[in-house]
Design a protein around this ligand. Sequence first.
Ligand code: ADP
Ligand code: MG
Length: 292
Amino acid sequence: MQNAKSADAAVIEMSKVSTRFGDHVVHSDIDLEVRRAEIFALIGGSGSGKSTLLREMILLHRPNSGTIRVLGVDLQKLGDDEADSESLALRQRWGVMFQHGGLFGSLTVKENVGLPLREHTALDDVLIDEIAAWKLSMTGLKPEVGAQYPSELSGGMMKRASLARAMALDPELLFLDEPTAGLDPESAGEVDQLVLKLRDLFGLTIVMITHDLDLLWQVADRVAVLADGRMQGTGSMRELSKMDNPAIRKFFDGPRGRAAQEQEQEQEQKQEKPQGKVQTSHEIGRPSSKPK
Ligand code: ADP
Ligand code: MG
């Protein structure tokens, strides 16, 4: 019974997933579980296979062996054809924000956000525009941004617009590839807050690839470390920071890793003595369910 319950809580389950390109082994026996409504981050060096793993979760690549279940569906059992009705139904339950945004330059922001609705629903144009406008406001963009073209947007606005598009079909599951890459610290911090807000408002499950230490320490509930083709460890950043595995230590021992850890410790000390101090919205916004 307990097992049935925990299986129910898993939104993504990977079991013994192995992937190679020719002779090059990218993943060996990867096991991974993403739980409902958590913010799950995937980290690892360049070329460690993060993007490939993400592509396998969203039906863009098939592993050589192993099983992947997403939202209760065994991906292996789905047909190869993109138009296969079961795959199509599943794809509509998740949203993806690709690293470079993936917005179409020839469409306005509003048209970009409305695109999934035009493709997958029979809603009329007026309604699609209204939904697109609401999705844009949800990500903090002003209504007039809808009429602009992607090339007119700042990096932060582009990320918000891509997020709005990923949210177009009210997904249960959101995939984000490097959501803060290339942003200045202030815009990156705003995206951090937006990711938290989307999870808290809609109970979304979020899987992201990131190198951003602020995002990892302050937003991710659990983090999985990929190196040498294997899953080296999974846990909260604090749990990972106590592990001895050299492939994991790498993320904590450099100067940037140490600075992020110190910042986290400082914040924690502040939170431990709240008397006479008003909590900032940022502290309130942090998930209380964060595993310690
Ligand atoms: P990461 O996202 O962690 O940087 P990737 O998943 O993009 O890593 O790639 C992992 C490894 O697989 C790399 O060595 C890359 O060159 C290789 N690879 C990825 N996609 C392909 C492909 N379509 N054909 C051949 N090799 C690939
Ligand atoms: Mg990648």
